[in-house]
Design a protein. Structure first.
Length: 327
């Protein structure tokens, strides 16, 4: 059996769906709350749904049946200001699960983030050495908490502490795709901007406050969630692979290109308008991200990633404007 924390969330529910499609026994740990988040897992044959506050008790009772924990659960908002909450969920829980997996011989895959790279001035190489990690300066508490755990893992490894049977950290870049609808303002730009295009209005993008980038020219490594899931499944099928890896496409694209892909999926001519960037994020805004993917490729992952146009087209046509947008 495999346990997916954050299993009713965006990436977690897509991973749970893929494992279920493979016929594997899957349990999830998550809060469903009172909105429609439950729909992310409504089609799935789940072994159990565990509330996070009951996880320790559940592991004591069912841990012998587990062969892997895929830890996607986190406070993922980049604007969350409660640093104590972020540390408790993103660092403390992750460390407890790492130690539990090490003691019980269970594999441990966890979500890190491209937010650990900060403004990108130190590059985007997934070098897990303590020296390289020490140079990174995340721009928000979310990115810092993920970075803190990456550093704690490397310290444990360098100190010769017991490690899980397999361990992998994944630095997710800008992921988009089905089952993100509960995320509100943290949904991908595709999901946020599609209603404008459907309504016949211009898609709005932030003006640039950096003279090196034109309006709409801010660039990201956008990755379709299906590709993220494929990498996770590959890692589970290759238990000898360990390490901290970037998970992007290795290609940066502009927000303007993403907006054009939305209009193409709707068979409409692009119409883009630019709005002022909120002052609250101007000093912490990433203008460029691009994953260096050589380390994952060297580990043996050789499959092609979905292009932005194909990924956005599939997301829009197969989910966002479909009668049932859930996976």
């Amino acid at each position: 059996m495999k346990l997916v924390t954050g299993g009713a969330g965006f990436i977690g529910s897509n991973i749970a769906a893929a494992l279920d499609d493979r016929g594997e026994a899957v349990a999830i740990c998550d809060h469903l709350w009172s909105q429609d988040k439950w729909r992310n897992v409504a089609k799935r044959d789940l072994v159990d749904i565990v509330a996070p506050e009951n996880l320790e008790t559940w592991l004591t009772a069912h841990g012998d049946a587990l062969d892997a924990i895929i830890h996607m659960g986190a406070v993922s908002s980049t604007t969350e200001r409660d640093a104590d909450l972020i540390v408790e969920v993103n660092f403390r829980l992750s460390l407890n699960l790492w130690r539990w997996c090490a003691r019980h011989g269970v594999r441990f895959l966890y979500a890190s983030s491209a937010a650990t790279y900060g403004d990108g001035s130190e590059g985007f190489e997934d070098d897990a050495s303590r020296e390289a990690l020490a140079r990174l300066r995340p721009l928000n508490a979310y990115g810092w908490s993920k970075h803190l755990f990456d550093r704690r893992v490397q310290r444990a490894l360098d100190d010769g502490d017991e490690a899980p049977a397999q361990w992998v950290g994944l630095k997710f870049f800008n992921v988009y795709g089905p089952n993100e609808y509960h995320k509100g303002s943290m949904m991908s730009v595709v999901a946020q901007k599609l209603p404008l295009a459907v309504a016949g209005q211009p898609v709005t993008l932030f003006k640039s406050c950096n003279p090196e980038y034109p309006d709409g020219g801010q660039r990201r490594d956008f990755i379709f969630v299906d590709d993220c899931v494929d990498v996770v499944l590959w890692l589970l099928d290759n238990p000898h692979v360990n390490g901290l890896f970037n998970l992007g496409t290795g290609i940066d694209r502009s927000f303007a290109a993403l907006a054009r892909a939305i209009f193409t999926a709707l068979d409409r001519e692009p119409e883009i308008a630019f709005i002022d960037m909120p002052e609250a994020i101007r000093d912490r805004y990433q203008y460029f991200t691009r994953a260096q993917m050589e380390r994952l490729r060297a580990a043996g992952y050789d499959r092609a990633f979905t292009s932005l146009e194909d990924g956005v087209g599939s997301y829009v046509k197969d989910y966002l404007i479909a009668a049932d947008p859930y996976r």
